[in-house]
Design a protein around this ligand. Structure first.
Ligand code: ATP
Length: 200
């Protein structure tokens, strides 16, 4: 599987954020997107996820599931955790699994892996920042998709949480997945750097 961007142009609010961006990622590879604030890291993830339309250039996945679009093969985890505060931990995960569709694995097991098995019935409104991030990570495990697009994924995770997350990323790559992560902090696993917008 190979994800390629060629001459990608990103315009937001009528302003060009970046242009002529070429990038590549292959199965088993993690790419860390780095650059100064406002350089377009989040925008690039959203372009790959199909949440923004490129103003120029192309983004394509070769060797994936020919029946599915690129966005359908991506998980996009934004830097703000998309949770419904009134729903419980288990209900939030179930909502996401329904929304994403496709085959799902045991949600209770996913919650145990991310360390939230003691909190399944707690409303998401009561979760700490790190627990919210852990619940978002459970999405990655409950519905398997090959391309993980992660925006500042380690924010709010404690040391044990970061180690758990590094394990999940390594396992995903070993299964032939790929990871594109926008980050200011080290990702904690071997990764290739994609710098956008010049020096930070
Ligand atoms: N909805 C929007 N309308 C107009 N401009 C936007 C919008 N969203 C983002 N931008 C602008 O696009 C540019 C790139 O933003 P983006 O969030 O992709 O940067 P980033 O590299 O992820 O930044 P950071 O490191 O601060 O997270 C910024 O100048 C931002 O102000």
């Amino acid at each position: 599987m190979q994800l390629s961007g060629r001459g990608v142009v990103c315009v937001r609010g009528g302003r060009e954020v970046f242009s002529g961006l070429d990038f590549e990622a292959v199965s088993g590879e993690a790419v860390a997107v780095v650059g100064r604030n406002g350089s377009g890291k989040t925008s690039l993830l959203r372009l790959i996820a199909g949440l923004l339309i490129p103003a120029g250039g192309t983004i394509a996945l070769a060797g994936g599931d020919a029946e599915l679009t690129l966005p359908e093969q991506c998980h996009y985890l934004g830097h703000r955790d998309a949770l419904k505060p009134a729903l419980s931990v288990a209900e939030n995960l179930s909502f996401w699994a329904d929304f994403l569709g496709g085959e799902r694995s045991d949600a209770a097991k996913s919650l145990a892996i991310v360390g939230l098995d003691h909190a399944t019935h707690l409303p998401a409104a009561f979760l700490s920042a790190g627990q919210r991030r852990r619940l978002s990570l459970a999405r990655l495990l409950t519905v398997r998709r090959p391309v993980w697009l992660l925006d500042e994924p380690t924010t709010a995770l404690d040391v044990a949480g970061q180690e758990m997350f590094e394990g999940l990323m390594r396992e995903h790559l070993a299964r032939g997945g790929m990871i594109i992560a926008a980050t200011h902090a080290p990702l904690g696993i071997d990764s290739r750097e994609l710098r956008i917008g010049g020096s930070a």
